[in-house]
Design a protein around this ligand. Sequence first.
Ligand code: SAM
Length: 234
Amino acid sequence: MSNRFDVITIFPEYFAPLELSLIGKAKKAGLIEVGIHDLRAQTSDIHGSVDDTPYGGGAGMVMSPEPWGKAIDEVALQNPNLTHELIVLTPAGEKLTQALAQELVESEHLIFACGRYEGIDIRVTDFYQSAPNFKVREISIGDYVLGGGEVATLVIMEAIIRLIPGVIGNPESLTEESHTLTNSDGTLVEYPNYTKPQEWRGLKVPEVLLSGNHAEIAKWRRTQALLRTQNLKN
Ligand code: SAM
């Protein structure tokens, strides 16, 4: 089960939101440990350069392998007894899904490599793919291009950390939700939710939810989940 997360970035300040809400509480409760590492700390020139021009020409700059190698090795050395799963954020990676988050929560140690510019020299991925005690995954959070991997890392961390036992107060919340509910065709999205008041701006809560009849409520919710899922596909 993951409880150690390390992030390598040129913008450590991006990760201030990790102090808030569920993740902040999980940190304080000792359910997870998080390290944020500045890639520029691994550079030796006065400018803290982490990029260079691409071989073969073309627009933009590519992140150099050397500072990445040093930063990843340092994080691995600080956690010598763990198997490291290096997550390289890239729009060219496998797409994040709830199933992938459920798989990643089983990893002992996740290291996130946040790219910038045109991305990280591919030899970083290639090298750690065959390094002892390492697994590498290239992950995308969707078919669009962000300016950097920081936001993508926050998304993936939140999707994983809420699955760690004890992070969410009521574990039942995790079974009755979108992309976790299933039918024979795959996953469903959740049924619509209502709370008080019973009527708001002329809109009433469906009678069945007020009936106290648990079987009927479950049936209604299932039908609604199927309908919403069907509508998404159309
Ligand atoms: N040149 C790259 C390409 O066309 O695939 C895009 C580089 S992007 C401007 C800079 C960095 O943002 C990437 O290295 C990656 O870390 C991050 N990034 C951008 N879009 C992403 C996405 N959809 N999912 C995950 N990371 C993304």
